[in-house]
Design a protein. Structure first.
Lengths: 114, 111
């Protein structure tokens, strides 16, 4: 069964450093998303991406964040200058097409900023 | 604005007992509703979804949920739980393109 994959599973970085979280969505899916879950809190939407551009973003997704689909398979989330409060589990998700509404999630990347 | 409320942060239950996890949503427009499960140290797995049609939807692992428009609820049920059902359960609503999640309910099944 096809699945969303994410790398790395755990990333430790120092405050102020740049990090790139990587995701490989399900093949042939057209819509891509990033969510995050701070420890003990609910899952929060960050950004959605379709047709090589951002379709919607939350207030959390400020200028420090960016997304990219550099090739036909990867979908990345970059945080330019990490803060302590960026520590969270980051989930990538993908959705098939306009008529399928369910999003399929990857296993997540745990980001720890020290 | 749309929101999702999961009234119970934790639900303890004995194995083979029935369980109901409550979810209420608020939205001024039609929504699509989902339940996801998160096992320890894992990602989110789709349990079931309501898009339209029959208000009783069946999902994986013996779970089902009933959409009640008048009460704006989408409660999750299972007639007999197993130890392996111990996990965090998230109700979510999709209005535009994003999912809005509730705060989650931790289901703890005891032997």
């Amino acid at each position: 069964e096809p699945e969303v994959t994410q790398t790395p599973s755990h990333q430790v970085t120092q405050m102020g450093q740049e990090v790139i979280l990587r995701c490989v969505p399900i093949s042939n899916h057209l819509y891509f998303y990033w969510y995050r879950q701070i420890l003990g809190q609910k899952v929060e939407f960050l950004v959605s991406f379709y047709n090589n551009e951002i379709s919607e973003k939350s207030e959390i997704f400020d200028d420090q964040f960016s997304v990219e689909r550099p090739d036909g398979s990867n979908f990345t989330l970059k945080i330019r200058s990490t803060k302590l409060e960026d520590s969270a589990m980051y989930f990538c998700a993908s959705r098939g097409d306009r008529t399928s509404y369910e999003q399929y999630f990857g296993p997540g990347t745990r980001l720890t900023v020290t | 604005a749309q929101s999702v409320t999961q009234l119970d942060s934790q639900v303890p239950v004995f194995e083979e007992a029935p369980v109901e996890l409550r979810c209420n949503y608020s939205s001024s427009v039609s929504v699509y509703l989902f339940w996801y499960v998160q096992y320890p140290n894992q990602g989110l797995q789709l349990l079931l979804k309501y898009l339209s049609g029959s208000t009783l939807v069946k999902g994986i692992n013996g779970f089902e949920a009933e959409f009640n428009k008048s009460q704006t609820s989408f409660h999750l049920r299972k007639p007999s739980v197993h130890i392996s059902d111990t996990a965090e359960y998230f109700c979510a609503v999709s209005v535009t393109d994003k999912l809005i999640f509730g705060t989650g309910t931790r289901l703890q099944v005891f032997p």
